[in-house]
Design a protein around this ligand. Structure first.
Ligand SMILES: Nc1ncnc2c1ncn2[C@@H]1O[C@H](COP(=O)(O)OP(=O)(O)OP(=O)(O)O)[C@@H](O)[C@H]1O
Length: 226
């Protein structure tokens, strides 16, 4: 099979994961300059407009009422992103069906926001999906931060939906990401994980990004050539 044909089938897929405010979008934007990289759209834009409804806003206003609706839609949007075809050899995604399930749905369930029957429905969809649809991933970039730093950034960006997000919540979400991607004590990682120090300021973070480039580009070549 020619390499071109392979590209059309499945790009080298990289997930960019990390706490709220860890700089996922900035990371993705940095890679837009490469013609061979397909940078996927920010999922938050889809959550803000589901048939004219801002589900993200609803979810933060009343988590018990809208948690299930929101997570159902997140799962669909992430599935669309996983399966979106590209002719480019590399695909970069912000978040995934995995972080949605392993970090956010899990947290909502543990906090009692998603009752067990609702969490089970999401989980059954999730299990069926990853078993029957190609959501495979080649590399995960974990933008590792400390909760204080992301709390500060979140306050500075001042998103209207996130006004009620506390440092405690960010600390707990940090732990979810840590246990999944760093300590690897929770669930399984769908691909090898590369950890970046994403506490660094925007002015110097490009050096961290450059450190990652060879991992993306050379791993891509070896995977596609195999
Ligand atoms: N299943 C979920 N997946 C992702 N975000 C979720 C989920 N459930 C709730 N959220 C909320 O959606 C918002 C977007 O968070 P996310 O980390 O995806 O993007 P971000 O903060 O814009 O990323 P960054 O600042 O790193 O570019 C946050 O307020 C987060 O708490």
């Amino acid at each position: 099979m020619s390499k071109r044909a392979k590209y059309e089938m499945k790009p080298f897929t990289v997930l960019v994961e990390g706490n709220i405010g860890s700089g996922k979008t900035t990371f993705l934007n940095y890679f837009k300059k490469y013609e061979n990289v397909c940078v996927m759209a920010e999922p938050i834009d889809m959550w803000r407009n589901c048939g004219g409804h801002n589900l993200l806003e609803y979810m933060y206003e009343d988590r018990e009422r809208w948690g299930f609706t929101f997570q159902s839609y997140v799962q669909l949007t992430m599935l669309k992103q996983h399966t979106l075809k590209t002719r480019l050899p590399i695909k970069l995604m912000e978040r995934s069906i995995y972080s949605a399930r392993y970090c956010f749905v899990e947290k909502m369930h543990r906090d009692g926001i998603l009752p067990s029957p609702s969490a089970s429905v999401i989980n059954e969809w999730f299990k069926w999906t990853i078993a029957n649809v190609d959501t495979s991933v080649d590399l995960i970039i974990y933008l590792r931060t400390t909760p204080d730093v992301v709390y500060q950034r979140m306050q500075e960006r001042n998103r209207k939906e996130e006004k009620t997000v506390s440092l405690t919540y960010l600390t707990e979400m940090h732990e979810m990401h840590e246990n999944w991607l760093y300590h690897k004590t929770m669930f399984t990682c769908p691909a090898p994980v590369l950890v970046l120090n994403a506490d660094l300021d925007k002015s110097v973070i490009a050096e961290e990004y450059e450190r990652v480039e060879p991992h993306i580009f050379s791993n891509c070549l070896s995977v596609l050539a195999s």
